[in-house]
Ligand binder design. Structure first.
Ligand SMILES: [Zn+2]
Length: 460
């Protein structure tokens, strides 16, 4: 009987056109090598220089017989788009990543941030997790679909953007100048969704289906300047400090969105029984002040339930003995999907309780936060593939506290998810925008299989 099962399994694996016959080893080796090369390209933004990375992809794809177009929208700043044609029976799938990375301080790193060095099983480099590691797996998946001759029922479009980390000019340019191409797509797979590994086990895979909207504000107080030795009760810094004290203690209203409700519900079985019950009925549970206080104290849960305010910038005098005529603070406000920024501003003014303060946005444009539903073929496919590779890993939705280019693609009508095939520890996550950013070779090798299988099932 056992032999029969084995024989059957072998026969299945040998069927033409299933991923069972793929020889993974050479592809996995290539993925590691190419990631090292990609990480060696310095795309620190500013200035970005993403054209260099775009050429890296263009040359690689050309060698594989895949044409790719570079759009240089400003000197040295470029997006790249490449497409594998399908039979058109389904709308396209976009594989999206950004090529720019944030700055790094080489003095604080174990190896140089642009070395792509392989040390003790880890590949080091700025962008290894955010988000060159993902971009490379997408490119590798793309190349594999071509080499393996996978018949495609939908186009697969590889999109690598510039300037995501600063002004998002790359994706904005595409949305404006290649709108038809992007809007044609049914699905977009993008960065996001980190999967936390604790004590060697995975608690859950979070697929980002929603994110919050930055609404950065500047609060300015003006007053009479003077000598620090003679305090002025209503000086600019004093008035600002009083108002800010009210804001930092402000507990904004609780709002349980459907995706967040599902997240808590999914997590319930992993909690102790009593807390699990609360998680299962989060909408009612937030009315329990004690329970709500525990959520509010937990930075991983608090932001899911409300608009948030972080006091980040404080500016006053340059000298200790000088009372300045002006004092300024910046508030990093993050709004839940579909919130009205003007309404929030009104609430904030009430809390500041000082009509003499000037309050206004730091940025010119506000991008309304949005979300994608989970009742889709792509969500079910990711769930199925993860279930096969990690039978005990829970797959759930997560709302990102930050912002990604998904917001732009959702506005064009695509279903967009943040999905990462990497399992990462807290220490590895700290490398994102921090020091010693790295991804393990094991993650790259296993991640390629997971990612390819998701994409292949969506397009075959
Ligand atoms: Zn990123």
């Amino acid at each position: 009987m056992r032999n029969l099962v084995l024989l059957f399994a072998c026969l299945l694996a040998a069927l033409p056109g299933t991923s069972g016959e793929i020889r993974w080893e050479p592809y996995q080796d290539l993925a590691v090598q190419q990631l090292q090369r990609y990480l060696q390209i310095n795309t620190t933004n500013p200035p970005g220089s993403e054209l260099l990375a775009a050429r890296f992809f263009q040359e690689w794809f050309a060698a594989e017989g895949i044409p790719a177009e570079i759009f240089e929208f400003a000197p040295g700043r470029a997006n790249l788009v490449a497409r594998l044609r399908g039979d058109g029976s389904r709308r396209p799938l976009i594989l999206l990543s950004h090529m720019d990375v944030v700055s790094s301080d080489p003095g604080r790193w174990r190896v140089h941030p642009f070395s792509g060095a392989l040390v003790a099983g880890d590949i080091y480099g700025r962008g290894a997790l955010d988000t060159k590691g993902l971009g490379l797996l997408q490119a590798m998946t793309f190349v594999m679909l071509k080499r393996e001759g996978v018949p495609l029922r939908r186009d697969v479009i590889f999109v690598a953007t510039a300037d995501e980390e600063v002004h998002v000019r790359g994706a904005d340019w595409l949305a404006e100048n290649q709108r038809a191409l992007l809007a044609e797509a049914e699905y977009v797979l993008n960065e996001g969704g980190d999967n936390l590994l604790e004590d060697g086990t995975i608690n859950f895979f979070g697929i980002d289906t929603a994110e919050k909207a930055p609404f950065w504000l500047r609060v300015r107080a003006r007053g009479r300047p003077g000598h620090g030795s003679r305090p002025l009760r209503d000086s600019a810094p004093h008035r600002l400090a009083r108002a800010l004290a009210r804001v930092v203690d402000w507990e904004t209203p609780i709002k349980v969105l459907p995706g967040v409700e599902k997240f808590f519900h999914d997590l319930a079985p992993q909690e102790p029984p009593e807390r699990g019950e609360k998680f299962r009925h989060i909408r009612e549970a937030v009315h329990d002040p004690e329970f709500l206080a525990t959520l509010t104290r937990d930075e991983a849960y608090n932001y899911l339930l409300r608009n948030t305010v972080s006091l980040t910038v404080l500016q006053g005098s340059q000298q200790t003995n000088v009372i300045p005529g002006e004092a300024v603070a910046h508030l990093d406000v993050r709004l839940l999907p579909r919130e009205d920024p003007q309404e929030f501003l009104q609430q904030l003014r009430v809390v500041l309780a000082d009509d003499t303060l000037e309050v206004g946005p730091v940025q010119d444009t506000f991008r309304v936060a949005n979300s994608s539903g989970t009742d889709t073929e792509l969500f079910r496919t990711i769930q199925a593939v993860l279930g096969e590779h990690f039978p005990r890993g829970l797959v759930t939705t997560r709302m990102l506290s930050g912002w990604t280019e998904c917001q732009i693609f959702r506005q064009l009508g695509c279903t967009c998810y943040g999905f990462s095939p990497f399992l990462v520890t807290r220490e590895e996550i700290a490398g994102v925008h921090g020091d010693n950013e790295r991804v393990s070779v094991e993650n790259v090798r296993r991640g390629l299989r997971v990612y390819f299988e998701v994409v292949e099932r969506m397009v075959r």
